[in-house]
Write a protein that binds this ligand. Structure first.
Ligand code: GCO
Ligand code: MG
Length: 429
């Protein structure tokens, strides 16, 4: 059993002491929290927090390929600190978990904090009887524009898939096609509908060829524009594969086809890299799905080196922290474009929709359908219609978690592939 008594200046029941931040009359004491890892088609890590109000909240803590590290972080280092605290004190709990770890940032820590944050917003919404977007300041728009993923081995197959998306009402479509000469390419599905790259027990090794890639993408965009017309947004994910100068070239080659964005054109550990890309192209740039905090994108945003920030709720410390990123971005004409691949559970998707609705500088939201089994484990009421997503009006996040169904799908180790150049050199995937 967990010992919840602590000697950290907080009361023995774990609540903030009288002279602390907790002056509010409303309290919802956290009584229990647990982590459930389930694999209804792919792995998800879910945190459930219970309160003495009989109300619970859920949060997503999924970190693709490192799921159990976050689960252990939550179980061993976060949950013991949560018991007894007032679930209403979302910002204070966020600060406690971030500053209190001493070791700040990093994907494991920030995904764990994000899960707590989502669950607390869910609880606050349920207690208030309001959907979370109302607590965040209310809706700034009626719905959230999303983009879907069209892909195929050849240019022709990809364009055909994109036409299907257009027919389904999508106004924004990401296009990815196979690279001639390569067996597998990021973004291209082995099975037609669901692209799920984390599909092997140990990392599969793919081969990469930058020159072949740089030749095919402009041809893909030319064919897609021709077939789809001017009134649909076309996006593309470079997935960290180019150097800044190569990315500048690609951006320039794509300019005639007016892409909505190119994403992750180059790895962004060195934020200055984007200066070089920016000086060569007017193609809009998106980056940030692997960022964990505002510190990863501060320079990119303040120097207007990007147009869209892709940081997302589950990997960037939750709604509380991503709001700060969005506020900084708003000052610098950068809009949001949150990551929304299948490795982000429906809990993150729901949280993202509340967030997207509530911020002034929303740009677009990525949306990949989950499997039916996933939706059974995570019942929800958000919906897609004519290229837009509509948020649930239920109190809280509007997504639930069926623990009995989750038990039917035990965790199964699954890794993303890695890339090597033709001569065997390790490369970016
Ligand atoms: C995207 C992403 C994903 C990632 C995946 C890794 O733009 O949707 O690049 O496809 O590869 O989320 O876990
Ligand atoms: Mg991406």
């Amino acid at each position: 059993m967990m010992d919840t008594s602590r000697q950290d200046g907080f009361g023995r029941d774990g609540s903030a002491s009288d002279d602390s931040a907790s002056k509010s009359g409303v309290r919802a004491r956290i009584t229990a929290a647990r982590v459930i890892v389930t694999c209804p088609g792919r792995n998800f890590v879910t945190l459930k927090i219970e309160t003495d109000q009989g109300i619970y909240g859920i949060g997503d803590a999924t970190l693709n390929g490192r799921e159990l590290a976050v689960a252990a972080y939550l179980e061993e280092h976060v949950i013991p600190c949560l018991i007894g605290r007032d679930a209403h004190q979302i910002e204070d709990i966020w600060q406690f978990l971030y500053r209190g770890a001493y070791w700040r940032r990093g994907p494991v820590t920030m995904s764990a904090i994000a899960a707590v944050d989502m669950a607390l917003w869910d609880i606050k919404g349920k207690i208030a009887g309001l959907p979370v977007y109302q607590l965040l300041g209310g809706a700034c728009r009626s719905a959230v524009m999303v983009y879907g993923h069209a892909n195929g081995k050849s240019i022709g197959d990809t364009v055909e898939a994109a036409l299907e998306y257009k027919e389904k009402g999508y106004q924004a479509i990401r296009i990815q096609c196979g690279v001639p000469g390569l067996d597998a390419t990021y973004g291209v599905s082995k099975h037609k509908t669901f692209y799920e790259p984390a599909d092997s027990d140990l990392p599969a090794e793919d081969v990469w060829d930058t020159a072949a890639y740089m030749r095919v993408v402009p041809k893909l965009f030319a064919a897609a524009r021709e077939a789809l017309g001017e009134d649909v947004h076309l996006l593309h994910d470079v997935h960290h594969r180019l150097t800044p100068i190569e990315a500048g070239r690609l951006g320039r080659d794509l300019e005639p086809f007016r892409p909505f964005w190119i994403e992750d054109a180059t790895p962004a550990e060195n934020q200055d890299n984007f200066r070089l890309i920016r000086s060569h192209t007017t193609t809009p740039l998106a980056v940030g799905e692997i960022f964990n905090s505002i510190w990863d994108c501060k320079d990119l945003i303040q120097n207007q080196l990007i147009d869209y920030i892709r940081a997302t709720i589950v990997h960037t410390g939750g709604i509380t922290h991503l709001r700060k990123v969005a506020m900084l971005a708003d000052l610098h004409n950068v809009r949001t474009g949150c990551h929304g691949a299948t490795d982000l559970s429906p809990v993150t998707m729901a949280a993202a929709l509340h967030f997207d609705l509530s911020i002034p500088n929303f740009g677009i939201q990525e949306f990949m359908r989950h499997t039916d089994a996933t939706y059974e484990v995570f019942p929800n009421s958000y919906r897609f219609e004519s290229g837009f997503m509509y948020c649930s009006e239920a109190p809280g996040l509007g997504v639930d978690f069926d623990e009995d169904k989750a038990k039917l799908y035990p965790y199964k180790r699954a890794y993303l592939p890695v890339n090597r150049l033709k001569d065997g050199t390790m490369f970016n995937w």
